[in-house]
Design a protein around this ligand. Structure first.
Ligand SMILES: Nc1ncnc2c1ncn2[C@@H]1O[C@H](COP(=O)(O)OP(=O)(O)OP(=O)(O)O)[C@@H](O)[C@H]1O
Length: 239
């Protein structure tokens, strides 16, 4: 455990009508305690998960387009609007880690292709461009993620099949059990959210609050859909 608390520097905000302060979950934030090696951000689309995760990455001095402190490359509009308005409290402070942003992963991969001199040692021995989207995510998790580190992952399931999501749960387990790793993961995956003992923070209803797995829409809707697929579809499609 490294990152313990995120404090929103409310007194520095000029205008709560402007992005990112206009996002309800952010505008109501004072501070957020992180007390678990594995924390999930969940919530409806647009509820502010990526905005906060990106701000944490920014404060960690990770590339906000994706990567670590060492990955210097530019992607249009990849900055963080909230980064200057939060303070991170650490125990102890670490600088090692990675920010995975599914939406700009392609740019990260091109950057690695340009700068790697190791034969892609940290990526399974092959350019990530020569691996499928899901394979490249798994290669990254398996080979680059190690040691004391904080991993900030924005929708890692975007490229992963259900089977690979289960593999990823195993990787989280191995890294947090044997190493000193902390994960904060924004996700819509009911499989990832099921990681045992994780803290789940919901960004819905204009606040950030801890919820149980079974209380998440992701769990409830998926479960209902699988159990009552025909009725569910009939209701939705005939409405
Ligand atoms: N650069 C920007 N300028 C203005 N508004 C933005 C910007 N980026 C995001 N927003 C808005 O801020 C809100 C929160 O966006 P954010 O990406 O943090 O949501 P999210 O919870 O991660 O959503 P999703 O689950 O769809 O990824 C959204 O309403 C979005 O339209």
């Amino acid at each position: 455990m490294f990152l313990k608390r995120i404090t929103f520097l409310r007194e520095d905000v000029q205008d709560y009508h402007e992005y990112p302060f206009s996002i309800p979950s952010i505008s109501n934030l004072h501070h957020l305690d992180i007390d678990n090696k594995v924390t999930f951000f969940v919530g409806e689309n647009g509820s502010g998960k990526s905005t906060l995760l990106e701000a944490i990455a920014d404060k960690c001095e990770f590339n906000t387009a994706g990567g670590s402190r060492n990955n210097s490359y530019d992607v249009h509009a990849a900055g963080s609007a909230l980064g200057d308005y939060i303070r991170l409290s650490w125990m102890p402070k670490i600088t090692n880690g990675f920010f995975l942003r599914a939406e700009s992963f392609y740019h990260f991969v091109s950057h690695i292709d340009e700068v790697d001199l190791t034969g892609f040692r940290d990526y399974g021995g092959r350019s990530l461009h020569e691996q499928s989207h899901g394979e490249s995510f798994l290669s990254l998790f398996l080979n680059r993620f190690k040691g004391s580190a904080i991993y900030l992952l924005d929708e890692p399931e975007a490229a992963l099949s259900p089977q690979r999501q289960l593999s990823f749960l195993r990787i989280i387990h191995d890294l947090t059990e044997s190493g000193d790793c902390q994960f904060i993961i924004a996700t819509h995956s009911p499989i990832l959210l099921g990681y045992p003992g994780a803290t789940i923070l919901s960004f819905d209803d204009g606040r950030i609050a801890e919820v149980n797995y079974e209380e998440t829409d992701h769990y409830r809707i998926t479960k209902y859909f699988l159990q009552h697929r025909e009725k569910f579809l009939k209701d939705i499609l005939e409405e």
